[in-house]
Ligand binder design. Structure first.
Ligand code: TXA
Ligand code: MG
Length: 328
């Protein structure tokens, strides 16, 4: 079996939905990153996700829904804040962590008492969820479609590169628009908690809530994106302040070590012949290309990947989070 990348016309979507209902895995595009989907009501199918990713079983998955009407099916309690955030940001890149309904299987929640839910906005994800619902499905559990700990996938080809033939069907919806994962907000305690900064700015969420988000404390729910090392390229990577980038490159080269560079403001030296990508100067543009750039620079097989640091402001929070973990 080899993985096949298909253009998602109506027949392919119906086929994908049928495969999901039969317990198979299907990779699909979302507006954030590609997801590796399974029927969230089928524990055996969900366990296949963990096996394919090499992901430890205690790490819960996000359940993707066609719309907010299905919230009660998954969540025992839907507080007013959840309704307000859903109304403001769904469909879109926001994941809500809510107290789970008793029927939600442990394979999805990693045995936790909460469940992660999101309604994606990518037209192919929505069409897949609709086709899945037409066949009786209620939610698609999907982590990012990458091997555990590796850089997330923002194109169908990235998914194929990571999984080879262990995923039989990949729906191709082009390059993901946001390029970075959803923002995760937990509504399981009195005050909303920002579990993972993401495609929606924390300030925009705080505005809807009318109060700032708390940061996770010691007993916050587990989230693999919150591990110190995650989203990591294979090449040893380091964050370097912008003024230190060119001297660092020189130091490496003088020791006969090869370097690849993800730059932002720095100019490529005329005599530099290693891998070099200049990312956009704005945070949204940067997020859109980040994972593809890390994958491409990895292919240079340099000894070290140097990443020029980004601003320490709220709009860069999600990118900074990914870069910090990628370079841990
Ligand atoms: O943008 C996204 O969120 C993408 C697309 C495919 O939707 N998905 C994604 O999934 O990033 P994943 O599994 O790579 O990251 C989801 C994060 C994990 O860190 C997981 O631990 C956390 O969400 N999570 C899921 N359910 C949770 C729960 N009940 N409590 C706490 N964290 C949860
Ligand atoms: Mg992930």
């Amino acid at each position: 079996m080899t993985s096949s990348i298909v253009i998602p016309d109506a027949a392919a979507l119906a086929d994908a939905a049928r495969r999901l209902r039969a317990g198979e895995l299907v990779a699909f595009p979302t507006e954030t990153v590609y997801g590796l989907g399974a029927d969230a009501d089928n524990p055996a199918a969900v366990r296949r996700i963990y096996a394919a990713k090499g992901r430890p079983s205690g790490h819960p998955l996000i359940v993707h829904l066609a719309n907010a009407d299905h919230l009660e099916h998954w969540a025992r309690d839907v507080p007013a804040e959840a309704r307000a955030l859903a109304a403001a940001f769904w469909p879109g890149p926001l994941t809500l962590i809510l107290p789970r309904a008793p029927r939600v299987n442990d394979a999805v929640t990693g045995g936790q008492t909460s469940v992660g839910l999101r309604v994606p906005s990518h037209p192919v994800a929505r069409a897949l969820l609709d086709a899945f619902a037409a066949q009786g499905g209620r939610g698609i559990a999907a982590p990012s479609a990458n091997r555990f700990g590796h850089v997330s996938a923002t194109t169908a080809q990235h998914v194929a590169d990571d999984f080879g033939d262990s995923v039989s069907l990949i729906l191709d919806g082009g390059a993901s628009d946001a390029g970075i994962e959803s923002t995760i907000v937990a509504l399981t305690t009195a005050q909303p908690v920002l579990l993972r900064p993401g495609a929606i700015d924390a300030n925009a969420i705080a505005k809807v809530l009318g109060s700032p988000l708390r940061l996770p404390g010691a007993n916050a729910p587990r989230a693999s994106g919150t591990l110190a090392s995650h989203y990591a390229p294979k090449t040893r990577a380091r964050l370097v302040a912008d003024h230190a980038l060119l001297p660092e490159i020189d130091q490496h080269l003088s020791r006969d070590e090869s370097v690849a560079v993800l730059a932002r403001l720095a100019q490529r030296p005329a005599d530099f012949d290693g891998g070099w990508i200049t990312a956009p100067v704005d945070s949204e543009g940067y997020a859109r290309v980040l994972y593809a750039a890390l994958r491409e620079l990895d292919d240079a097989h340099a000894d070290t990947l140097l990443i020029e640091d980004v601003p320490d402001t709220v709009d860069w929070q999600a990118v900074r989070d990914r870069l910090t973990r990628a370079t841990h």
